[in-house]
Design a protein around this ligand. Sequence first.
Ligand SMILES: [Ca+2]
Ligand SMILES: [Ca+2]
Length: 208
Amino acid sequence: MIPTNLKNISVIGLLAITAATTEGAIIINFEEAPNGSITNVSPGAPYTNSGFVLTPINADAAVFGAGSGQVLIGDTSAWLGFASNNTFTLTYNSGSFDLISLEIGPSDLGSGTSDFSIVGFRPSMPNLTSDSLGLLTAQNLVLNWTGLSSVTITAFVSDGGIDDLVLIPNAAIIPEPSTYIAMTGFVILGVFLWARRTKANRAKEAKA
Ligand SMILES: [Ca+2]
Ligand SMILES: [Ca+2]
């Protein structure tokens, strides 16, 4: 049986690691767009937020505020919509980034169903790809892609939209594997000290 103290130490260690990996995430949900607004997004006027830039290849795109009359099907909040085959490129202006997840879906400006192709580019590493076919409603796509230099997002078949991008800029202070090793070492040291103290106490009790 694992002593209760030992269990607690392990749980604290795990919590510290979990908190570190989600720290510094940027969520782009387009909710800064005024209600009812439609703001064109084009190659010369890309969408920017917190150092992230979303640039389309043509002007068939817009940020739609809630209540604009157009929706990402299945989601009535503000969103970014674009015509089919209008590829968006996502970059971060201070280095690489991680794309944890995003919402994708068909736009009600189209025929109501769309395919998505998302490609992640990493320096000196193979590209990452994710294809989602026949989307009828918005869905959250978890990617957990790390170390990206850029990502392209394209809707095919019919108009599409995105929302709720969860991103981690790599310029932020994020623990590297060596930090985890150091943290694990710290936990092991704690367990060792606890075990030694328990042993010493037992020895004292035995003598008493
Ligand atoms: Ca939104
Ligand atoms: Ca949403």
